[in-house]
Design a protein around this ligand. Structure first.
Ligand code: CO
Length: 302
């Protein structure tokens, strides 16, 4: 990896860490999820970076992929378990990091994913077997009395790509794959009090450009032009109703935006990221860092 690219990964990691810490500090009972999300996304842009994906603020049995709606009225409660998952990029070089906040009673659940993450990071080096890391994650979470989420995995990162190979499962699996020098990976253990398996839920709030094709409606065409700025990275429905989007000429009606998004997804032009819910409604915690694989690994988000 050349030093210019390394510098960008490190810069993205530093900003992601600051944003995660600020979000964790601001997340208090009574705080609006929408305001929290917008505040952190603004902070990242003000620091000269950009979002690699919309801030994920997933509550309780939602494990991931919930970002506030344009008209979101959710307010944090003192019983909530909140996963804050932040993606930042500098010239496409991504940092991906997450923390879980709870306000009492779920300390051990939060500890389980955090300790699994730390144990996994301790094993990272060129040549390390991925299956050994996955087994360790499962072992740490299970020893806390919880279930690892079996169908969510850590992943590689690349320029303008949030989910590159390799996949790093949170449960034991069989593979001869090893980590390679200078691979950039995100490790993200999830611990659950329920099924340890997540399913899609219907209200999709995060999308990305999958494949460009001609579209019928002028609104869909306009969205397709507007989202070029994300270079294929995921974006929020909410972002299409921002002042920037309105200035660009997108409709300011949520109804029209949703209709156009439906057209784009039905034609497989957009990929969707539905919020993921634990199959038994259990509470879920998550911890995540981005690491550059080296003999002395660089945890860019720590
Ligand atoms: Co991730």
């Amino acid at each position: 990896m050349n030093s210019e690219i390394l510098e960008k990964y490190i810069q993205a990691g530093k900003i992601a860490k600051e944003a995660r810490e600020e979000a964790a500090k601001s997340a208090k009972p009574g705080v609006s999820l929408l305001e929290l999300g917008e505040q952190i996304e603004k902070m990242i842009r003000d620091k000269g970076a950009d979002m690699a994906f919309p801030i994920n603020l997933s509550l309780n049995d939602l494990a991931a992929h919930y970002t506030p709606k344009h008209e979101d009225e959710t307010v944090l409660k003192d019983t909530d378990v909140l996963k804050i998952d932040i993606g930042v990029h500098v010239d496409g070089y991504v940092a991906d990091t997450a923390v879980t906040i709870q306000f009492g009673g779920n300390e051990r659940l939060v500890e389980a994913s955090r300790e699994a993450l730390n144990a996994a990071i301790d094993m990272i080096r060129p040549g390390a077997k991925i299956q050994a890391i996955s087994e360790k994650i499962e072992e740490v979470i299970t020893s806390h009395g919880f279930k690892p989420v079996e169908n969510l995995t850590g992943h590689g990162l690349d320029q303008y790509i949030v989910h590159a190979p390799p996949s790093i499962p949170n449960i034991k699996f069989s593979s001869s794959k090893t980590l390679e020098e200078n691979q950039v990976i995100a490790i993200e253990p999830f611990a659950s009090t329920g099924a340890g398996h997540v399913n899609d839920t219907p209200d999709i709030l995060i999308f990305s450009l999958e494949k460009e094709k001609p579209v019928r409606s002028p609104e869909a065409k306009k969205i397709l032009n507007f989202i070029q700025r994300y270079n294929g990275l995921p974006f929020a429905e909410r972002w299409l109703l921002s002042q920037d989007a309105i200035d660009y000429g997108l409709p300011s009606s949520l109804f029209k935006i949703r209709l156009a998004l439906r057209e784009l997804t039905q034609n497989n032009i957009l990929a969707t990221y539905p919020p993921l819910r634990d199959a038994k409604g259990g509470l879920v915690s998550q911890a995540e860092h981005t690491v550059i694989v080296q003999d002395d690994p660089i945890v860019t988000t720590r």
